[in-house]
Design a protein around this ligand. Structure first.
Ligand code: SF4
Length: 409
């Protein structure tokens, strides 16, 4: 009987891709996947540490696994990802029943780690079942920025770009497995480069692979929205017209204190250039950074108006131990809450407006189920007719309810 692997992933899409990669190694060692923890022999917990809350959730799940492990002989627990990287082997003091810790930076040596542990013998295993239409391909790890509120550089380390030939081989494999959409992943994904090649060149290469119909990427940094990038996307319709561009604040002063590497004016200039090329732009915003004044906060509100985001994910600033900003005095919680409320009210209607703007227009949707697909600019649409999953359908949006477009056919 094959052993069963249960995976619990916290955090971003990069973690989902890392879970997939770790799962592939475990499947090649004879495991098969289960979504039921009770029937699992191995629990893989892939963790996030960007916010305190995410780390606590992972640790509390790990705490619950103590009883799970006791219930059946031969069960193992593997704790991986960013929280594993930050806390390291000392986790085993608090959780002595933990079998293996694999930090986010260990992903490239994950197979060696499994071999050295002696817990996972190499047997013939199965493949990961294809799920959805999007194949995730990590193209770089780490970050060379030093945003003062962010723990990622100290956890994931400096940028390490994967070679384009490996990226293309992986993307081609994904397309062959039946994923027409490729999502390129990296902490600052558009900072990817190699000798003589930029991220824009890579986008062209990946989109030209057989079977690839659409290419997305996450998370880009505004600093790398270059004229070459804009020119490439203009001429390449396979590059999705949606970008999640974290702005974080609308105040140049706060952006400088955050060490984001751009001003409000530069950001708005890039946003205008992207919108002129048909991009829908979603963003992340932080309220209550320690030095944020009322005037700074109001600049974030006006940024929302000027930028015309299609969606904005808003967060209250929360300090991460070990970051420079964590040493600054915090604003009062009441101020943070009030600002978050005001900002949430401001962004509430964004999706409604962005969906409504598509009504009466032609859209191209990549079908993710027989009646549902996603447009290049990332809006969900429901069709009357049934279509094959993975095909691109050209149609017209007739109506919208703010979460869905309803098409003519
Ligand atoms: S760009 Fe800034 S926020 Fe993003 S991962 Fe790097 S340090 Fe963190």
């Amino acid at each position: 009987m094959t052993k069963k692997l249960f995976i619990q992933t916290y955090g971003c899409q990069m973690n989902l891709a890392d879970s997939e990669e770790m799962a592939a190694h475990l499947l090649s060692r004879g495991y098969s996947l289960t979504e039921n923890l009770d029937e699992a022999d191995l629990a893989l917990v892939n963790t996030c540490t960007v916010r305190d809350h995410a780390e606590h959730r992972a640790l509390s799940f790990l705490g619950r696994l103590r009883q799970w492990k006791r219930e059946k002989d031969g069960r193992h627990i593997l704790f991986a990802g960013c929280a594993a990287q930050r806390l390291g082997e000392k986790l085993k003091k608090t959780f002595p029943y933990l079998d293996l810790v694999s930090g986010a930076r260990d992903i490239d040596h994950f197979a060696d780690l499994l071999d050295k542990s002696g817990l996972f013998s190499l047997q013939h295993g199965g493949d990961l079942p294809a799920k959805g239409v999007t194949g995730y391909v990590t193209i770089m790890r780490g970050c060379d920025f030093a945003c003062t509120y962010c723990i990622v550089p100290s956890v994931r380390g400096p940028v390490h770009c994967l070679p384009s030939k490996d990226i293309c081989a992986r993307a081609a494999q994904k397309a062959k497995e039946g994923f027409p959409e490729i999502m390129l992943l990296g902490q600052t994904v558009n900072a990817w480069k190699e000798e003589g090649k930029t991220f824009a060149d890579l986008l062209n290469e990946v989109s030209a692979l057989p079977g690839v119909q659409r290419v997305r990427f996450v998370s880009p940094h505004p600093a790398f929205i270059t004229p070459q990038f804009l020119q490439v996307v203009e001429n390449n319709p396979k590059i999705a017209r949606h970008i999640h561009l974290p702005a974080q604040s609308g105040s140049t002063k706060v952006l400088q204190e955050m060490k984001r590497g751009y001003t409000r004016e530069i950001l708005l200039e890039k946003i205008r250039a992207l919108k002129a090329r048909g991009f829908a732009i979603s963003t992340d915003l932080i309220v209550g950074f320690p030095t944020e004044t009322q005037e700074d906060f109001e600049q974030t509100l006006t940024l929302v108006e000027e930028a015309g985001f299609s969606a904005a994910y808003c967060f209250k600033y929360s300090p991460r131990l070990g970051t420079p900003a964590a040493q600054m005095p915090l604003l009062r919680e009441k101020v943070l809450e009030e600002r978050l409320d005001i900002l949430l009210n401001k962004v509430r209607g964004l999706a409604d407006d962005a969906y409504a703007a598509h009504v009466g227009k032609e859209i191209e949707i990549l079908m993710e189920s027989p009646h549902k697909g996603r447009s290049s600019d990332n809006f969900w649409a429901q069709t009357k007719k049934s279509y094959t999953i993975g095909t691109i359908v050209k149609t017209v949006a007739e109506a919208s309810d703010g979460t869905l477009l309803f098409t003519r056919d």
